[in-house]
Design a protein around this ligand. Structure first.
Ligand SMILES: Cc1ncc(COP(=O)(O)O)c(C=O)c1O
Length: 395
């Protein structure tokens, strides 16, 4: 019903992923494969394309009226997929999650305040904190038997009176960890004890594989709802990153008022009609597409993990509960990180995300986006096998 094997040419389409390879990575080869930024090479759900076509056919592109149907679609989706009961009045649309994070920082912190991050963590957390002249308080994750864990004792030691916010990524990027209810509750309880605002970025919540489960922070720790801001979006789930629409969900009216004041102060209280139409259609019509996508992505994950570990002696791909971003530890190869990077970039002509981007603990890792049609994935794996071939020769 959905052809995820179909290759859609994205070069020359203003695709950040495909059209910025040379500029951002220095890889000049015309056949380079981008496995960096988190968007997929698949067509969006048909219902999204129909909604966009209706906009185009009407050919009048005036200001968007928020009649409440968008938040209603989000609320229905969260109820159906995650068993959450949300009130539409808790929802504030933002032009993407990262801009929402910046607005949150402006609403609840002052310059110089500290924001907790659990690295290795999504690199834009770091950028938006620094761009807002706040400080990063790194509390590195600990890897236990191949899975990440938060070190709350270390967090307790590091928190100061200037610490105001925690950026929690659930499921985690990179590493794909779906946090347990106990883990989330322990963090939430810490935030309550230390009077911190907990920001739960759940953009990857729908991209969790069979056998694992996403537990929204709102469900795991309802007792801290007053200090919780949850960020969600249809853009990662349905491959609509260019739509640049996300939402902050805040049930505490006073906290929401502060956030909405920042949204208003930035002139962001009126929304992009194309983004709103695309994301609403995705929530309303995209379930079957997503249900077909997940096994396809699980297949790609399994192919990627098996082939990278066979191709590169000593490399280890973290088992993902969710996300389509393989997280590979090259420290066991004995190769210097520059050598690994050069083999991938120059040898295989693949643009992967350098692990150092994700902060402390990522230095010996690379992140590979495998959300691409299988023929492209197969080509990438064959190139990686060739780029590390000499390491296997003597085995
Ligand atoms: C954890 C996380 N948050 C936010 C984003 C991006 O959100 P947006 O494009 O809506 O700003 C990403 C994209 O990869 C992500 O991984």
């Amino acid at each position: 019903m959905f052809d995820f094997d179909r290759i859609i040419e994205r070069r020359g389409t203003h695709s950040s992923k495909w059209d910025q390879i040379a500029r951002l990575s220095g890889i000049e080869a015309p056949d380079a494969i981008p496995m960096w930024v988190a968007d997929m090479d698949f067509a969006a759900p048909p219902g999204v394309t129909e909604a966009m076509k209706a906009e185009v056919d009407r050919a009048v592109h005036g200001y968007y009226a928020d009649t409440g149907s968008w938040a209603a679609a989000l609320v229905d989706w969260m109820a159906r997929r995650h068993g959450l009961t949300l009130n539409p009045s808790w929802v504030s649309p933002t032009p993407g999650i990262v801009s929402g994070l910046g607005l949150i920082l402006q609403a609840v912190t002052a310059p110089g305040d500290e924001v907790v991050v659990f690295p290795p963590a999504y690199h834009a957390f770091r950028k938006i904190i620094l761009a807002n002249e706040r400080r990063i308080l790194d509390v590195p994750l600990v890897e236990i038997e191949g899975r990440y864990s938060m070190d709350l004792d270390l967090l307790r030691d590091k928190v100061t009176t200037r610490t105001k916010v925690v950026f929690f990524c659930s499921p985690h990027n990179p590493g794909g960890t779906a946090w347990s209810a106990d883990e989330t509750r322990a963090l939430a309880s810490f935030c309550a004890d230390r009077d911190l605002i907990l920001v739960s970025d759940e953009i990857h919540c729908d991209l969790v594989f069979a056998g694992a489960k996403h537990i929204p922070t709102m469900s795991a720790a309802p007792e801290i709802a007053d200090r919780l801001i949850t960020c969600v979006a249809a853009t990662k789930t349905f491959n609509l990153a260019g739509a640049h629409v996300g939402a902050c969900i805040v049930s505490n009216p006073a906290l929401k008022k502060r956030l909405d004041a920042r949204i208003a102060a930035s002139g962001l209280g009126s929304y992009n009609a194309f983004g709103m139409a695309a994301t609403e259609a995705a929530w309303r019509t995209g379930a079957a597409w997503l249900d077909a996508l997940m096994p396809y992505l699980a297949g790609n994950r399994d192919i990627f993990d098996k082939r990278i570990e066979a191709a590169v002696p000593g490399a280890r791909s973290m088992h993902l509960d969710g996300t389509y971003l393989a997280w590979v530890d090259f420290s066991g190869t004995g190769l210097p990180p520059e050598d690994v990077a050069d083999r991938v970039a120059t040898g295989a002509r693949i643009f992967a995300s350098p692990g150092s981007q994700f902060g402390p603990g990522g230095e010996r890792w690379l992140r590979f986006n495998f959300a691409t049609p299988r023929p492209i994935l197969d080509d990438a794996m064959t190139r990686l096998e060739a780029a590390f071939q000499d390491l296997r020769a003597g085995r």
